[in-house]
Design a protein around this ligand. Structure first.
Ligand code: SF4
Ligand code: SF4
Length: 341
């Protein structure tokens, strides 16, 4: 069995183990995005690079087999800087918002789009649980001013919706105010075409006015107003490896940024949202749809910078993800594939 040194610690591994697995035996966590168990790595993200002493270039730990006598360095400044650069390259082509504009503007940092989805679904108890801060004095004025829908016609009445959720509290309190400032990327100004795309499936009606302004929204009025929300948030903001690693390695999203690509949301699938602008072309979903025997498996289409993941034979994402939707969403390292709910 090969014996090697990783960060000055000796480890003996099974024949055929990768450097990621060898480091794991020592409790050393090497970041990986395009490599998971049971799916062969395609070494596309290069965030797992390490220094193999004696080699000129850094090597991808996910695809390098441990050999007897190797000396590996996983945490020098050189390795950290290379990982940061590789993350910044991935972010240079990333288009999407981690956090919706309304949540960005909320002093309590509540997940306002999720609250609105609960109200639209008639689940006001779940909406109340997502409120943050002093819910007796909840104030949605700032989030409402930041609402993206204002560019189309009128903002979503966030203030009234939050007050509606707070009024359903029945003595329950929301979560504490959250002052954590997490890493976030933002689309910036939307083009007219992008704005129209955001409106797909959204109520085209004007803001709902409560019949009794003093009492606020009834459940029916609140649900109707909630259906005007464009849901600008990323559904995987709290489960995104790209965001987690970008934060950990202090990557700067604008470092290599040029002209951004168009923001596209594919809503053909009943349960899954596909946002190609968040795809890092890791190929995991491509290999999973093959493994699962999807008839119209996902594949890479296009060339060079235009390459993207799409269903084969001009089929749609709903036809491509008939059996493998859950596994693809769970495995996708970014918000490119996410569940709607
Ligand atoms: S449309 Fe909805 S998610 Fe987007 S900013 Fe307005 S309230 Fe927030
Ligand atoms: S959609 Fe997700 S899993 Fe598929 S290639 Fe893109 S980033 Fe990877």
């Amino acid at each position: 069995m090969p014996k090697l040194i990783i960060d000055n610690q000796e480890v003996e591994v099974d024949q055929g183990a990768t450097l990621v697995q060898a480091a794991g035996q020592l409790g050393i966590d090497i970041p990986t995005m395009c490599c998971v168990q049971d799916v062969s790595p395609c070494t596309s993200c290069m965030v797992c690079v390490v220094r193999l002493v004696g080699r000129e270039n850094l090597v991808p730990a996910c695809a390098t087999i441990a050999a007897d006598g190797m000396q590996i360095d996983t945490c020098s400044d050189e390795v950290t800087a290379a990982r940061r650069t590789n993350l910044e390259l991935l972010l240079s082509d990333h288009v999407g918002d981690c956090i919706a504009p309304c949540q960005m503007a909320d002093p309590n940092n509540a997940n306002i789009p999720a609250i609105i989805r609960c109200i639209a679904a008639g689940d006001s108890a779940a909406a109340t649980k997502l409120l943050r801060g002093d819910i007796a004095n909840i104030d949605g004025a700032k989030p409402q001013r930041a609402c993206r829908r204002a560019r189309k016609d009128q903002p979503v009445a966030v203030d009234l919706l939050l007050k509606f959720a707070a009024a359903q509290a029945n003595g329950e309190s929301g979560g504490p105010k959250d002052e954590t400032k997490r890493f976030s990327v933002h689309i910036g100004k939307l083009s007219e075409t992008e704005l129209e795309r955001f409106m797909t499936g959204i109520s085209p009606d004007q803001q709902v006015t409560p019949a009794d302004p003093g009492a606020g929204y009834t459940p029916e009025e609140a649900a109707a107003e909630a259906k005007r929300c464009m849901h600008c948030d990323c559904r995987k903001a709290d489960n995104c490896k790209l965001r987690d690693y970008a934060e950990a390695y202090q990557a700067k999203p604008a470092h290599f940024r040029s002209q951004r690509r168009e923001f596209v949301q594919d809503l053909e699938h009943p349960d899954v949202i596909y946002e190609p602008g968040k795809c890092i072309c890791c190929g995991l979903c491509v290999r999973i749809t093959e493994q699962e025997g999807e008839e119209f498996a996902l594949s890479f289409v296009g060339r060079g910078f235009g390459v993207q993941v799409a269903p084969s034979l001009d089929k749609n994402i709903s036809q491509a993800l008939q059996k493998a939707a859950d596994r693809c969403v769970q495995t996708c390292p970014t918000g490119a594939l996410a569940m709607r709910k």
